[in-house]
Design a protein around this ligand. Structure first.
Ligand code: C5P
Length: 210
């Protein structure tokens, strides 16, 4: 059986990488396609008290359980199903549930630090970096974290200035050099999305001929 295509979509928090991933996902929704977010693989912190979990640096590579992420991705590439972990942003830890996911022909892997780990980069066929200015990203993040992740304005600003921004410049932004495609201003960049979907379609039709 032919190997699934793996597309990595990264960029800073609030860059629009989720919009890019979802747009590609919808373009191929008649095919078999799966979206795997790195956020699902934040480390389990249920053994720590809540106050300790609040102090965790969630923008550092150490925050992620990449061993499990990579092993799940390798299983999917080998056409084996996985039980994907579920993350709870309000509790700052993994939930006790999992979601059963079946392998698919196209896998989109999305997250802030997916290009930081060489083992992950090696599993990807196309690597995309969504490049969006810091001011746009913080505005989006404030809105999202208050509306969807149960945060206060003060906590979002404090976390952004003390952790998210410095970690972005130390770990996320430098991974741009590993990208095959850099998309300015994210999900609304129709030309870039069209170019990507054409490329994915051509890889799919080539592998169907093989
Ligand atoms: O969806 P997005 O790429 O923005 O998700 C990554 C962000 O989630 C990180 O920048 C991190 O600061 C944030 N995060 C958080 N609290 C957690 C886990 C992650 O604020 N418990």
């Amino acid at each position: 059986m032919k190997r699934p295509i793996v597309i990595g979509v990264t960029g800073g928090s609030g860059s629009g990488k989720t919009t890019v991933s979802r747009t590609i996902f919808e373009k191929f929704s008649d095919l078999s396609i799966l979206l795997l977010e790195q956020d699902y693989y934040y480390k389990d912190q249920s053994h720590l008290p809540f106050e300790e979990r609040l102090k965790t640096n969630y923008d550092h590579p150490f925050a992620f359980d990449n061993d499990r992420f990579i092993s799940d991705l390798e299983s999917l590439i080998a056409y084996k199903s996985i039980d994907q972990p579920v993350y709870d942003y309000a509790k700052h830890t993994r939930s006790d549930q999992t979601i059963h996911r079946e392998p698919k022909e196209v896998i989109i892997v999305e997250g802030i630090l997916i290009l930081e780990d060489e083992r992950l980069r090696e599993l990807m066929d196309i690597k995309v970096y969504v490049d969006t200015d810091d001011d746009i990203r913080i505005i989006r993040r404030i809105k999202r974290d208050i509306e969807e992740r149960g945060r206060t304005l003060d906590s979002v600003i404090q976390q952004y200035l003390s952790v998210v921004k410095p970690m972005h410049h130390q770990f996320v932004e430098p991974t741009k050099k590993f990208a095959d495609i850099i998309i300015p201003e994210g999900g609304k960049n129709q030309v870039a999305i069209d170019l990507m979907t054409t490329k994915i379609a051509s890889i799919l039709s080539e592998s169907n001929k093989a």
